[in-house]
Design a protein. Structure first.
Length: 284
């Protein structure tokens, strides 16, 4: 019964995605310019046209993602989710790709100001980059919260941040728990040092069958009840916030948008939208 329901759910989500693709393909007609200039200006006009088409595709994909996320009623979030396995989508003039990263699979930077998490976050940041100015970051966060990883990236020299550090930092206000179904090995080792000896086994386990409950950590050889209880409050298998990066390629023209989504059972909402920004979680 469960298997049939799961199959039905996947089929429904797939149908939603197919409908989305049809809408995306159809929207190309909305961006065709009615009047083209003389041949001397054609190349420039064509480039502008392609960029407009690209942004329409990206915007449409984000709207479709809201519907896909609303249909996600799993009790866990894992790499087998429909939204986590979206293929490259062909469009009439190119392709559309979507990458989604659960934000609680990264180190929660703003928890530097939370006394219950501060030491753990500080130790994790130093493990990622021993030269990072963690105290400087803490003082900065007391005055303002970065709107996006991009804002922090522009100020990285101020805190001795390497560009590669950005792949492991989350600038949203998450609850301090790490989704063990998505966290890179570096994040597990840094933020959950208790589990560092088992990080490779954790990743191997989730590749075969995602964790449906944090208690399944005890199935990893060597993780006993005492060790599990010591990390229980810092791990999760749910991700209420997602970072979404959409790239539309039309020939040599490429546009991209990034956004932050919140999701819960039966609902999803776009919280932030940014155009033409660097994708910070691509390297991890």
């Amino acid at each position: 019964m469960v298997s049939n329901r799961r199959t039905t759910d996947l089929g429904h989500r797939g149908a939603v995605l197919v409908s989305v693709l049809l809408v995306v393909a159809a929207l190309i007609t909305l961006t065709v310019m009615q009047n083209e200039r003389a041949s001397a200006n054609y190349a420039q006009v064509r480039m502008v046209q392609k960029r407009l088409q690209g942004y329409v595709y990206c915007s449409t994909a984000l709207k479709a993602l809201v519907e896909i996320l609303k249909d996600d009623d799993n009790l866990y979030d894992g790499p087998d989710e429909t939204w986590a396995t979206l293929p490259v989508i062909p469009t009439p003039d190119g392709t559309l790709s979507i990458k989604i990263v659960p934000l609680n699979s990264r180190i929660p930077l703003v928890k530097l100001l939370d006394r219950d998490f501060s030491s753990r976050v500080e130790d994790a940041l130093y493990k990622i980059d021993p030269d990072m100015d963690v105290e400087g970051l803490r003082e900065y966060l007391k005055k303002q919260r970065p709107y996006s990883p991009g804002e922090l990236f522009l100020k990285r020299k101020q805190f001795n941040l390497r560009a590669t550090d950005m792949a492991y930092l989350n600038t949203e206000d998450t609850d301090g728990r790490i989704n063990i179904n998505f966290a890179p090995e570096e994040v597990i080792d840094a933020y959950l040092p208790e589990l560092e000896p088992f990080s490779e086994e954790i990743i191997k386990y989730r590749e075969e069958h995602p964790f449906r409950d944090v208690s399944e950590l005890r199935k990893i050889p060597g993780i006993d009840d005492q060790l599990y209880l010591s990390v229980q409050r810092y791990v999760t298998v749910k991700s209420p916030m997602l970072y979404v990066h959409v790239v539309s390629e039309l020939g040599e023209t490429e546009v991209d948008v990034s956004s932050v989504f919140s999701k819960s059972k039966g609902s999803a909402r776009l919280l932030k939208y940014l155009e033409g920004v660097r994708f910070f979680y691509g390297g991890a």
